[in-house]
Design a protein around this ligand. Structure first.
Ligand SMILES: NC(=O)C1=CN([C@@H]2O[C@H](COP(=O)(O)OP(=O)(O)OC[C@H]3O[C@@H](n4cnc5c(N)ncnc54)[C@H](O)[C@@H]3O)[C@@H](O)[C@H]2O)C=CC1
Ligand SMILES: Nc1nc(=O)c2c([nH]1)NC[C@@H]1CN(c3ccc(C(=O)N[C@@H](CCC(=O)O)C(=O)O)cc3)CN21
Length: 289
């Protein structure tokens, strides 16, 4: 099923993200975690993709299993760093054969210590979006940055580039993580004013370990509010307490978004079924309203 149809319905949606293993030997544990999340029957799940197709086989296998075993629709990420048009066409044809109908078109993170050329046929996700739309009947999503992409000179440029991505055929957007909902609401105002009209799904990252704060900031440049810093300072050394607090913080953010008219929520659940289940349980009645 296409994501545009899932989010086109009246019902609110909650979706979860999983990532494939880098090493073959880790496949079984990741598979168990991903299927544990699929067993919660979220509205859909996304499966990430390593630079240059380094996890291609695992991404496709996980997405296919989630769909076949649990009937949960998936969106496979596809990144164009360290890729060329041929390798992307091959990946798309393998995805199509595995029954994957949705692709999240990303430029991708630039890998450290990569020997080859990082940008060859593609410099931006917008170029990847165009190729995917030309290559078959896929629903294509993309990423957007309420706090501005770290490589962008300024907000205006970033929004102008986002508009190009939508004009290339990107049908909906998922945001980079943020920990202050006001930043999301301001971003929505700015992009709607710029004429970007596609659905935008906030991406919420439950921080359940202290180390994730540093990583989240490094990946996204996101602002960490004082209220959130205090939580990590106080509970970050106690695993169970930090997990509970992280689930509660993410839940609180989600409830505020839903209360302000947002209908669809994506959770960066990071292969943690207990975190996905905790958030889902906290929202069980709220999502029905
Ligand atoms: N769930 C996930 O795994 C997520 C991953 N990401 C990561 O975020 C990073 C960026 O990926 P994307 O957003 O797909 O990149 P993108 O290509 O859309 O944007 C990257 C930079 O290039 C600029 N840009 C985009 N299109 C342009 C154009 N046509 N002309 C000139 N400049 C342009 C943007 O303003 C931005 O600064 C990647 O590392 C991606 O993997 C982001 C969000 C979620
Ligand atoms: N630029 C970018 N790249 C991504 O891959 C990405 C995003 N942004 N934004 C959305 C999600 C969030 N991502 C994240 C967020 C945190 C960690 C992280 O903290 N990783 C720890 C592991 C901690 C744990 O066990 O949970 C690490 O040490 O790598 C990794 C990926 C992946 N996604």
């Amino acid at each position: 099923m296409k994501i545009r149809d899932i989010i086109g319905q009246e019902k609110a949606t909650l979706s979860f993200e999983v990532f494939p293993p880098k090493k073959d030997t880790d496949f079984a544990s990741v598979e168990a975690a991903a299927l544990g999340i699929a067993a919660l029957r979220p509205s859909y799940m996304s499966v990430t993709y390593g630079a240059g197709g380094s996890t291609k086989g695992h991404t496709i296998k996980l997405a296919n299993e989630i769909q076949e075993k649990y009937g949960v629709p998936t969106i496979a990420h596809l990144t164009c760093v360290c890729a060329n048009k041929d390798s992307i066409r091959t990946a798309l044809s393998e995805m199509k054969n595995a029954g994957i109908e949705n692709i999240l078109a990303l430029r991708g993170d630039i890998p450290k210590n990569y020997d080859g050329q990082v940008f060859t046929d593609f410099a931006h996700a917008s170029e990847l979006v165009k190729l995917i739309k030309e290559s078959g009947d896929f629903c294509v999503g993309g990423a957007c940055y309420p706090e501005v992409h770290p490589d962008s000179a300024n907000k205006q440029d970033d929004i102008a580039n986002l508009k190009k991505k939508v004009e290339a055929g990107c049908e909906y957007l998922t945001t980079q993580m943020f920990f202050d909902n006001n930043i999301f609401f301001n971003f929505m105002y700015r992009i709607r004013e710029a004429g970007i009209a596609v659905p935008v799904i906030p991406g919420i990252m439950p921080i359940t370990k202290r180390v994730q704060v540093k990583n989240a900031v490094k990946l996204s440049g996101c602002n960490v509010p004082e209220r959130f810093k205090n939580i990590v300072d106080r509970f970050g050394d106690t695993e169970a307490a930090m997990k509970q607090a992280g689930i509660a913080y993410a839940t609180d953010q989600i409830i505020d978004l839903l209360a302000n008219g947002v209908k669809h929520i994506h959770v960066y659940s990071m292969n943690k079924p207990e975190v996905a289940a905790g958030i889902q349980a906290n929202l069980s009645d709220i999502l029905l309203v």
